[in-house]
Design a protein around this ligand. Sequence first.
Ligand code: AMP
Length: 210
Amino acid sequence: MDGAAENGSTASASAASATSADTGGARVVLLGPPGAGKGTQAQVLCQHLGVPAISTGDMLREAVTGGTELGKRVDGIMASGALVDDATMAEVVRERLAKQDAARGFLLDGYPRTLPQAETLRGILEEASRLLDSVLLIEVPEDELVRRALLRGRADDKEQVVRERLRVYREKTEPLIGYYRERGLLREIDGNRTMEEVTAQMLGLFGVSR
Ligand code: AMP
């Protein structure tokens, strides 16, 4: 199962496996700026790992579409490119991770996004005597991110909003890179390549080749 060191310079030098040996599942966080391809990669990876891909952005968008209390609360915040507050996100994530399908693990896309959120996640896992297995950082240069976002053309992807989301990422989320690196969990992936190449490197980290 140990493919962590296979991919040369951009892969972590750690020899530890990226999945958990004890349960056969995996508790993984995908980290990276908006537009790095986390959602796309999560869809492929989750099938190989047999754990659900959980996107907090998707959950919030569903709440907005469904017109729920949560949706009404977060609609304007999301449209502006800002972050929903940590307490609200803690509730959302705690509830989701308590569901049966997440018992063997999960692939989190879009959470945590702040240091307090990382601490919340640590606490939730600790209560269940669990630890994170790995944090995959997908890196893409800023110009490329803006280009991709404008091509995608989602409602909240106007250039000004895209720039704001990137600014918020740098300010609030980037500190998580150091946080997880210090804990020996970070694995870096070069996201400035084709989707297939990125997928191949990710699967390599989990000892899957195709
Ligand atoms: P995403 O699809 O992950 O880019 O998320 C879309 C939007 O949902 C973000 O710009 C935030 O407004 C909100 N959001 C998603 N996840 C979080 C989170 N972990 N913390 C705060 N806000 C979030």
